[in-house]
Design a protein around this ligand. Sequence first.
Ligand SMILES: O=S(=O)(CCO)c1ccc(-c2ccc(C3CCCC3)c([C@H]3C[C@H]3c3ccccn3)c2)cc1
Length: 240
Amino acid sequence: ACSHRLWPEIENTVMEQVAMAKLGVGECGAGWQLFAEDGEMKMYRREEEMNGLVVDPLKAVHVVKGITGYELCHYFFSPQYRYDWETTLEHMVVVETISEDTIVFQQTHKRIWPASQRDAVFWSHMRKLSDDQDTEGPGLWAVVNKSTELPNYPANAGKCVRVYLTVCLLCQTLVNPPKNGGPVTREDISCKITYCSVVNPGGWAPASVLRAVYKREYPKFLKRFTAYVINQTKDKPITF
Ligand SMILES: O=S(=O)(CCO)c1ccc(-c2ccc(C3CCCC3)c([C@H]3C[C@H]3c3ccccn3)c2)cc1
């Protein structure tokens, strides 16, 4: 995989995205505004436009009990589960499997009225990161998705407007070993999640419409996805 043409970009993007994900939303002076909250899940956005297009960066933080960072990243990265949890997905193609941890996708998303239908072409990479603090711990896992150009999937060639996205799912597993020294069970683990995304909608769509869609779709997506992983893993051995 290190020889692949995308490798340098993947390496740089992962480092940059993980560094950004680790930054707290800090004092809200940094422009992050809380727009959705549900229990442990908090969603922030910054209102940003690029030549008239809404490209509001999104940062969500969440803590989920009973699953590991590896498990969350595995179900997020692996194509075979995506239709189960990604409700806005109309069609997904695995364009290229660069390695077991790097895949190129083409996805068509269901049309969200009144915007025209969108598609995305992006590479997706999953990786374990060394957790600076404790090296031997379960550590940090991340999946980074970033739009890329593919000659065989030219942008805006068919009915869909091409979106440009950069997404980072950063997960830290927290283990609370049982007092009695017994084996670690799912009651003793939780996962701290940071999900960052910037989606440039490609073609024009009304700012009010896009912001309403983001406000509705992102909380739904993160809640549905985490519930899906909890359900998929509850009767399986823990994978760190
Ligand atoms: O995390 S991923 O990599 C998971 C792999 O599927 C991801 C997440 C989000 C998107 C996406 C793509 C298009 C749109 C919009 C833009 C104009 C009209 C459609 C949106 C906005 C609508 C928001 C949204 C948020 C979450 C889920 C779906 N929809 C989001 C794509 C990939």
